[in-house]
Design a protein around this ligand. Structure first.
Ligand code: ADP
Ligand code: MG
Length: 695
């Protein structure tokens, strides 16, 4: 009974008149079930009822006009067309039809009344409408509203699937839903504010003319709020259920014995910051429990997350467990491998890099060593997912820069480590700062620690925003800086996320800068190069042999060359603020004063300029995230897309964040007092998630 909610078990083919061909069209819109169809909400609404005075029309508006027919004529221009001239008390307009039947002309009798809905265009003399929707009547009084007494919903459509078909089948789905209403699942103390689910959907798809349509569009109308509430609740519940599921699992408690940790800390040229200390202790406390740790470490770029990861890893290693560290890119994996090798091999530990690009033989050797327990810590990209990877004794999974991995990928890796019903501990590290309230929802399945302090001795990066008309000046400044022993990055960006095109752009810039700067050693790195080539380039940049490194956004995460103190980002306006912040985090790592030039292509919109100025004015990832949010107001906040939660149908996390604390209460209440309803909500909104929650 419960999974009948929203008719999620019924495919759209159950609707009368919806055959296979049409079903495929719906599938293209991601609509498979009646539930999907019901949740395909209008993008906007049009009022096709009120008519405008002809003299008051403005070009481009969609509206209704009403008047008397003056004449209807067939004209032979390039094509035959029917032109119907009408007048109201204020002026004259033409209705133009390219496709028409003879009967249509005959119905347009001079003196009859006509009502037309369409887009207003500029004609030779009069305003006109091309192919308006029309009604013809004998008298002015006898018109209906063209679309009935309702606003007309406008849906996202696709080729071969018209607005009218969408409206028709959604209407049928609403009727079906109303015949099969589901039990109320929202706790009673909250429903007083909301209509029932059926009423809410009816209002959203077929709003009556007396509704405040702005409220419906901006999410403040109770009908919309009801759905927002449900969807957010479903998401939150699913995260909490996932969390309680993980907390029912077993893990081996791992206690620090300082065998490796003490000598490791002694070998470091610095001591951990207070924030690193605090976070590491939170991690160690989790690892000492017999339930698996599920902890997220948030820390701005450069806050020293790698050291925290190393100290977590050493705890597992002290307990003779293996550790896997997963990074989102090859470059970052390689960089971690270098760091961990330098740090851990003096302690007699074995670090191994498993890259997707290793030869089959090398890979096999790696799998064997891993299964035999000869590798203590394995580092790699998602290549570590492949079936052949088996651990002898995995104790800890570390995922760096998690926003690149979806929740599902994360859980898959975690499940790989299950042995004798024991789960590994899991540590996730992210540099994507998201405001606190959002974090409570987005990371509701995790415990969160924050490194809120940068290591001492960092000088903030000075950022300037310049138009690309000053490119030559900037190139000269790079030359001067490099001649005084500094190192610089030149980052090429693209709108499309295409590694190939981006690589080409970088190659062009490389050739140009090499020619313009003959006294400087210029290097090139991009995603299309072989891992060994990339590593070679990174190594010579690190050693100072390369003075200017032309790069694509592959260097975004994790790359650490403290002597690099200058960065130029070309077409900075193309990137989101979080990405710019990540990139800029590659400089300002040493003691020298660092500079970042955000170069933009003219002309620049006001909002884009404002966003680039945020970068100029702040170096703090959390401040930047908050400002970005304020400027954009809603939509694609930094990170929300990347953290893999963009699949909300109705919720807009920014717009709806004020609901989060209520949602938390409702969610806690349901889980303790009415788990049946909790599962019903999750199953109807997140059917794909149920594999984690039904376990
Ligand atoms: P992120 O948090 O961006 O991953 P990293 O772990 O790469 O930052 O650290 C950035 C730099 O700061 C590295 O060069 C690292 O060696 C250095 N670092 C980390 N912790 C400290 C510390 N406590 N004191 C001084 N330098 C540190
Ligand atoms: Mg890092």
């Amino acid at each position: 009974m419960l999974n009948k909610r929203l008719l999620s078990h019924l495919t759209i083919s159950h609707l009368p008149g919806l055959g296979d061909v049409l079903a495929k069209k719906f599938n293209q819109l991601g609509i498979y079930t009646i539930r999907d169809l019901l949740l395909h909400l209008p993008m906007r609404y049009e009022d096709r009822s009120a008519s405008s005075a002809i003299s008051a029309l403005s070009i481009g508006e969609h509206t209704t006009i009403q008047g008397q027919i003056v004449k209807a004529e067939i004209m032979m221009a390039k094509k035959r067309m029917l032109i119907c001239t009408i007048k109201d008390s204020t002026g004259i307009a033409n209705l133009r039809f390219m496709n028409f039947y003879p009967a249509m002309k005959q119905s347009m009798v001079t003196g009859k009344w006509i009502k037309a809905y369409g887009e207003v265009r500029k004609g030779k003399i009069y305003f006109e409408m091309i192919h308006p929707q029309i009604q013809i009547r004998d008298s002015e009084q006898s018109f209906d509203n063209i679309e009935g007494e309702r606003y007309t919903p406008i849906y996202a459509a696709t080729f071969g699937l018209t607005q009218n078909m969408l409206r028709k089948f959604i209407h049928l789905a609403l009727v079906l839903l109303e015949r099969n209403p589901s039990a109320e699942v929202i706790p009673a103390q909250y429903i007083t504010r909301f209509p029932t689910l059926e009423d809410a959907l009816r209002t959203l798809h077929e709003p009556p003319l007396d509704i405040n349509i702005t409220e419906l569009e901006d999410g403040s109308h109770p009908a919309k709020k009801r759905l927002i509430f449900e969807e957010l609740l479903a998401y939150h519940l699913s995260m909490q259920i996932t969390k309680s599921h993980t907390q029912k699992q077993q893990a081996t408690p791992l206690h620090v014995n300082n065998q490796y940790i003490t000598p490791f800390l002694q070998s470091l040229p610095f001591s951990p910051t207070n924030a690193q200390h605090r976070v590491v202790h939170e991690i160690w406390q989790d690892m000492a429990k017999n339930i698996p740790m599920m902890r997220l470490v948030q820390g701005d770029v450069g806050s020293g997350k790698t050291l925290v990861a190393a100290l977590a890893a050493l705890n597992a290693l002290e307990n003779n467990k293996q550790v896997v560290l997963m990074a989102p890119t090859e470059i970052l994996a390689e960089q971690h491998a270098i760091n961990f090798t330098n740090w851990l091999t003096p302690l007699g530990l074995t670090v191994s890099l498993l890259s997707g690009k290793l030869t089959a033989k090398k890979k096999r050797e790696c799998y064997e060593a891993l299964a035999a327990g000869d590798i203590d810590i394995l580092i790699g990209t998602h290549a570590v997912f492949v079936d052949k990877v088996e651990f002898a004794n995995l104790g800890l999974v570390i995922i760096d820069e998690q926003h690149r991995f979806g929740v599902d990928q994360r859980l898959t890796l975690w499940e790989k480590g299950i042995k004798d019903n024991c789960y590994p501990h899991q540590l996730i590290m992210t540099a994507t700062p998201i405001p606190r309230t959002l974090a409570m929802t987005v990371y509701a399945d995790l415990d969160v620690s924050t490194i809120d302090e940068l290591p001492p001795g960092r000088t903030p990066v000075t950022t300037v925003v310049l138009p690309n008309t000053r490119r030559h000046e900037i190139i000269e400044r790079i030359e001067q800086a490099c001649l005084t022993g500094k190192q610089a990055y030149w980052v090429c960006t693209l709108v499309e996320e295409s590694e190939i095109l981006e690589a080409q752009a970088a190659e062009v810039a490389f050739a140009e800068l090499q020619e313009l700067l003959p006294t400087i050693t210029v290097g090139l790195i991009h995603g299309k190069m072989k891992p060994s080539q990339k590593q070679e380039v990174m190594q010579s940049f690190k050693k100072g042999e390369i003075q200017l490194l032309i790069a694509t956004t592959v260097i975004e995460v994790g790359v650490d060359v403290p002597n690099a103190s200058l960065m130029v980002i070309e077409n900075a306006e193309r990137l989101g603020l979080s990405q710019l912040h990540q990139l800029r985090g590659r400089v300002g790592r040493g003691s020298a004063a660092s500079h970042c030039v955000l170069m933009y292509q003219m002309p620049l919109s006001r909002v884009t300029k404002e966003r680039l100025n945020v970068m100029r004015d702040s170096n703090d990832g959390f401040v930047i995230a908050q400002k970005d949010l304020e400027i954009r107001g809603s939509g694609e906040i930094l990170g929300t897309r990347q953290v893999g939660i963009a699949n909300f149908k109705i919720v807009d996390l920014i717009r709806d964040q004020h609901l989060i604390s209520t949602i938390q209460q409702a969610s806690n209440y349901l889980l303790s007092d009415d788990p049946q309803s909790a599962y019903a909500i999750v199953n109807s909104w997140l059917p794909d998630r149920s594999k984690y929650i039904n376990a």
